[in-house]
Design a binder for this molecule. Sequence first.
Ligand SMILES: Nc1ncnc2c1ncn2[C@@H]1O[C@H](COP(=O)(O)OP(=O)(O)OP(=O)(O)O)[C@@H](O)[C@H]1O
Ligand SMILES: Cc1ncc(C[n+]2csc(CCOP(=O)(O)O)c2C)c(N)n1
Ligand SMILES: [Mg+2]
Length: 339
Amino acid sequence: MPPDAPAHLSEEQIISLVAYLAGGAGGDLAVGIGDDCAVLGGDQTGLVVTTDLLVQGSHFDLELMSPADVGHRSMAANLSDLAAMGARPAYGFLSLGMPARPTAAFVSELVGSMVAQGRAHGLKLAGGDTVKAPQVVINLCLLGAMGNLAPVLRSGGRLGDAVCVTGLLGGSGAGLAWLQAGRDPAEAAAAEAVAAHCRPTPRVAAGRALAESGRVHAMMDLSDGLAADLPRLARASGLGAAVEAEAVPISPAALAVAPALGGDALGWALGGGEDFELLFTCDPGEVPLLAQVVAEAAEGLTVTQVGRLTQGPGVTLIKQGEEEPITYKGFDHFQEPAP
Ligand SMILES: Nc1ncnc2c1ncn2[C@@H]1O[C@H](COP(=O)(O)OP(=O)(O)OP(=O)(O)O)[C@@H](O)[C@H]1O
Ligand SMILES: Cc1ncc(C[n+]2csc(CCOP(=O)(O)O)c2C)c(N)n1
Ligand SMILES: [Mg+2]
């Protein structure tokens, strides 16, 4: 253990410790721990690999959503990491843990929805593992193919780059808050937010089109929220970033439920997580062209410039002209609750 390790670790500190123990990329591993996917080299050149573990109570609550929703979300979360590299989904491996006495209806709903979401993006389920577990746990490992394209990494950002996001942010966090407040998911005002949370759309075609354009410098997907994910992209690029609060494309779905829940729509947009939109950087002059590329690839999906890459250090939020360090927090599994 490193001598300066704190007693209790955050999610990010755990990953740093694992990366320290595992050692970095090299040899036939082109990109190891630290990006959305590992990038294989040597005989496996052109393949990227991602894996995500989803656990009842941490990532989904089967009291609040259907097994089909859980299956869809699990596959979407993983496909989103392939999208972030510009990869084409290829093969999936599903490891499933379930309590005793699982029913055919439950497995059909969960896995059927997962397979349908994968197939819609060209992915074939090719294997996995099944065990009894105290609660439902789902691990997907996906392989993506780059073809003749180089994967778009988090580390390619350049000073002065425009920082852009696809789509709208905050809908998923708002939908989760609605469900966790015990509100009726069928209520019209919340339908869009609940759908954003239960049935997110991974931006596979947009990610591929952005990679194909050759004009994107760095890219990742937004799983923990802009407030957590942009610092990762900026740090990987050796830079900082500034975000204009007024430019953040807050989802109308989040704005619609905020008053009823006493919630903060900007907070969901920056820190709610699980929107699974793409975050990318490019020359500021290329934003309109890339917006067109994305709109054509993904049925009118929008691109919004939310800020720029700076010398740093760190990420600042510009609110009504005032620049301050970003205080919104993204999602961390091991975050201690506020005292
Ligand atoms: N237990 C672990 N062992 C090895 N590598 C890990 C472990 N946990 C995370 N990583 C690696 O650390 C990096 C960041 O992981 P993380 O799960 O935060 O990925 P992400 O893409 O930021 O999030 P998401 O998977 O939600 O999109 C990835 O390269 C991932 O493969
Ligand atoms: C029951 C329940 N509680 C909390 C959340 C919120 N949540 C869980 S994981 C995550 C970020 C991405 O995860 P990871 O970093 O593991 O990929 C977020 C925002 C949820 N969806 N369901
Ligand atoms: Mg990711």
